[in-house]
Each structure stands twice: as structure tokens, then as C-alpha cells.
Design a protein around this ligand. Sequence first.
Ligand code: GRF
Length: 200
Amino acid sequence: MNDALPRLGILGSGSGSNCQSIMDAIDAGTLKAEVAIVLSDNPDAYILERARQRGIPAQVIDCRGFKSKFPEESQKEVADALLAHGVDLVCLAGFMRLVRHPLLDAFPARIINIHPALLPAFPGLEAWAQAVRAGATESGCTVHYVDDGMDTGPILGQARVPVLPDDTPESLHARIQIEEHKLYPAMIVKALENIRPIPA
Ligand code: GRF
């Protein structure tokens, strides 16, 4: 990276509250970066609206009608869009498809994710519900690098929350999200510190 602000590309499928926390941290000056582009596989996702409201390019990913698969052609299109927008670090924020090659190859050690559990516990979908079902007394959230496994890459940081006896999946998720919104921007700062200039 040169003196210009590092550029983030954000991928999400839903409400985008984590994307919002990243933009809020930028506004607060605690995260010195800019959001270059937001992409979603869900045309109705509010994350796209949050981007548009700030004048940030918001793009729908064409997943060729697949419900959960992330086809290789689509991943290539996403990689091209991120590269065209000069993205240094890709942040998955509630993105519901597994990132594989060729997207991983385009951003080696430059894709991170936030997961709503203390990995390696409860990987996969609805981790908050898994924690309640398992009778866990503690859970939290994890920011990690993305590799070709499911929620398996090296961990950047975690935040813990208690699981209360009367918690429902929803109440636990709400408590976890409060921590996510602090942890993710802070771990993006850390990830950016690890990034060296991309060779021309
Ligand atoms: C978060 O809980 C995140 O950990 C998980 O999906 C949820 C996305 O929420 N991967 P939001 O769209 O950022 O509000």
C-alpha cells in the first residue's frame, strides 16, 4: 500500500450491520481505510442499500440461480470487480456462500470473515443457535482469515460473551452482535497492518 487509504471490499448477504460498524469506525477515525465496493449475492439485501446511501458502489453478484453454491464464474467476476476497484482487503460480513478458488487466489491472505462463535467451536450456519442447543455457557465471535475450509482459517481475534440460562438463539445472537460491531473494525486495523504492497 502507498500513502493512499487502504481500500476495503465488503461482501454480505443480509442486513449489513457489520458493514455499518466498519463504515462507522471509518467515520470515527478509528479505522483509516475506505470502503471501495460492497457486493451481495442477494439483490434485496439491506447491505447494498447501506452502501448506496453513502455513494459507495454496490453490486449484485450473479450466482446463476444457485441457492447456496458460489459458482466459479461468479467468483471470477467478484475477483475482477474487487481488483478493478483497487481493493486491498476483502471483508466477508454475513456472506452466506463459501469462498473458494479463484477468489481466494486473487486475494491470498487478504480475505477475512466474522463468525458468530468462538472458533473452532460451532463452525457453520447459525452458530448462535448451535451454542444454545449445546448448552454452552460462553460463546462470542471470531475474526479469521478465510482459507478453503469452512470457518477454519487463522484467527485474528475473538470476543467472548456469556450464554445466559434463559437465552434464546435470538437473544444470544443479539449479544454476540454487539461484540462483533466492536471486534470487526479493530481486527481490520490489525489485518491491514499485516498487508504489504501488492507487487505491480
Ligand atoms: C453476523 O452475525 C456474522 O457473524 C455472521 O452473519 C451475521 C451477519 O450480520 N457471519 P449482519 O448482516 O452484519 O448484520
